[in-house]
Design a protein around this ligand. Structure first.
Ligand code: GTP
Ligand code: MG
Length: 214
């Protein structure tokens, strides 16, 4: 055995759930990499957060996810490589029967909403919403779950976004950080606000959930 270093790679499945359009996915024409290795993230259709994590870029082109897209990546925690396969599901109702069949094997889940669309938060937090559905389908509270308020770059808090011609645009945030944090605390969820566009907190969200799972 001399000269051989054994590398143990642990791989966990992580779901991305939430309404259509909240920012779970970013589809690209990037061909898939054949291997998943430390700090390499790949897939044919990548989630914005995943592609951000992998390539530090934001592609504004997008299309709705059909069924489920897959991508993978890894982080080093305590000197060990912890890998994750991300199941990026469609938020569209018509794919529910396909996407819900993936819930069972999950170790972790991101429940993603758009901070500028209140309905996307309520569809997580109300009875029968994404959180209920996740808990019912995985029949325990064993899935490490993070509530993610995406599109924080659009918050526009405390200022006019000032369109052309000086007309005042509304402040676009519809869900306060405090409200979302309180909901997360009450339900045992991790919480973060992210932007796939300006990359804020994206890496932290992935590392946070994987550290907690691990
Ligand atoms: P489904 O696949 O239909 O469930 O939607 P999705 O949640 O995967 O949404 P998607 O990632 O396709 O993003 C929808 C739109 O939001 C796209 O036009 C993205 O470019 C945009 N978007 C995603 N993340 C952000 C963000 O952080 N900020 C801003 N400003 N736009 C974003
Ligand atoms: Mg998608």
């Amino acid at each position: 055995m001399t000269g051989i270093t054994a590398v143990m790679v642990l791989v966990y499945f992580v779901l991305l759930l939430g309404d259509s359009g909240v920012g779970k996915s970013k589809c690209t024409s990037t061909p898939p990499y054949p291997n998943c290795h430390p700090n390499t993230y790949s897939s044919t259709h990548q989630t914005p957060v995943v592609i951000r994590y992998q390539k530090n870029e934001f592609n504004p082109q997008s299309r709705n996810t059909i069924g489920v897209d897959f991508s993978s990546g890894s982080v080093k925690i305590d000197g060990k490589i912890v890998g994750a396969h991300f199941w990026d599901t469609s938020g569209q109702e018509r794919f529910k029967s396909i996407t819900s069949s993936f819930y069972r094997g999950a170790y972790g889940a991101f429940l993603v909403y758009d901070i500028t669309r209140r309905d996307t938060f309520e569809n997580i937090s109300t009875k029968g919403g994404w959180l209920d559905e996740l808990r019912q389908s995985t029949n325990e509270n064993g899935v490490v779950t993070m509530l993610v308020g995406n599109k924080s770059d659009l918050a526009g808090e405390g200022e006019s976004l000032g369109g052309e011609g000086g007309e005042r645009e509304e402040v676009r945030r519809q869900v306060s950080t405090e409200e979302a944090k309180a909901f997360a605390d009450a339900n045992g969820l991790l919480f973060m606000e992210t932007s796939a566009k300006d990359a804020s907190n994206v890496e932290q969200a992935f590392e946070g959930i994987l550290t907690e799972i691990y």
